[in-house]
Design a protein around this ligand. Structure first.
Ligand SMILES: [Zn+2]
Length: 217
C-alpha cells in the first residue's frame, strides 16, 4: 500500500508528532544493528524526532508572511536611477537534502533592485527569514535558491532579483563524492539580472568589498 502523507500532520501538536516519531526512529536504530536501550542511544529517538521537526519547520510556512510589511523609500530618498541595488550577503542557512535526509549548510547572498515607481523594499532581517523558511524543509539547493528568488520577485515586484547560494552537502562529503573543501553554487536570476549581465557584475564587485563597514568611511 502506498504511504500517504499523514493527514494534517502539520496540524498535530509538535509533541504528538514527536511521540509518534519516537518508536519509528527507535526501530531504525535497531535495524542498524544498534541497541536502542544502551545509555548513549536511550534518548536519541526523542532528540532525533525533535531535530527532524525543526529541520522541516518551514514546510508549511508561507514566506509571504515576512514580505507583507514593506517600506516605501522616502520622497527625498526616491530612487532616481534604476540600478540602486539592495544587497544582503552572508546569510547563513542550514537545510536538509531530501535525497539523503542529510544536512547541507552554507551562505546565501541576495540582491534586488527596487522598482523606482513603487520604491518597495523589505526589512533586511525579513530577507534572512525568507531564506530560513525555505531552508527548513526537505530540499534540494537549486529549488531553494529559486524559491527565495520567486518570493522576493512576487512580493516586492522589484526590477530584478539575484540569489546565490553556496553550500557543502554532507551527503556528498560522507559518501566521498565531494572533496571537503568543495561547495555547490546555485544561482537564480529574475528581471534585469536576466537581461543585463552588467548588474550581476556589479553585484560581484560589491561582494568583494570587505565586511564591517571598512571602506565606507
Ligand atoms: Zn543528498
Amino acid at each position: 500500500m502506498a504511504v500517504q502523507p499523514t493527514e494534517h500532520a502539520e496540524q498535530l501538536a509538535r509533541s504528538t508528532r514527536r511521540a509518534r516519531l519516537r518508536p519509528l526512529l527507535r526501530e531504525v536504530l535497531a535495524l542498524l544493528g544498534e541497541d536502542p536501550d544502551r545509555e548513549g542511544l536511550r534518548d536519541t529517538p526523542d532528540r532525533w524526532a525533535e531535530a527532524l521537526l525543526t529541520y522541516t519547520s518551514g514546510m508549511k510556512e508561507d514566506a509571504a508572511r515576512h514580505l507583507q510589511i514593506t517600506f516605501r523609500l522616502d520622497e527625498d530618498e526616491h530612487l532616481e536611477t534604476t540600478d540602486e541595488m539592495v544587497i544582503l550577503r552572508n546569510i547563513q542557512f542550514a537545510s536538509t537534502c531530501e535525497h539523503h535526509i542529510a544536512p547541507f549548510n552554507g551562505v546565501a547572498h541576495i540582491a534586488y533592485i527596487p522598482d523606482p515607481e513603487s520604491g518597495k523594499v523589505a526589512g533586511l532581517s525579513k530577507l534572512a527569514r525568507v531564506v530560513e523558511v525555505y531552508a527548513r524543509r526537505l530540499q534540494i539547493q537549486e529549488r531553494m535558491t529559486h524559491q527565495i528568488a520567486n518570493a522576493i520577485d512576487e512580493h516586492l515586484r522589484p526590477l530584478g532579483v539575484l540569489v546565490t547560494a553556496q553550500a557543502v552537502h554532507s551527503c556528498m562529503v560522507h559518501r566521498g563524492v565531494e572533496q571537503h573543501n568543495s561547495a555547490t553554487l546555485t544561482v537564480a536570476r529574475r528581471g534585469v539580472f536576466l537581461s543585463d549581465p552588467h548588474f550581476e557584475a556589479r553585484f560581484h564587485d560589491y561582494l568583494r568589498m570587505p565586511l564591517g563597514g571598512a571602506g565606507l568611511g
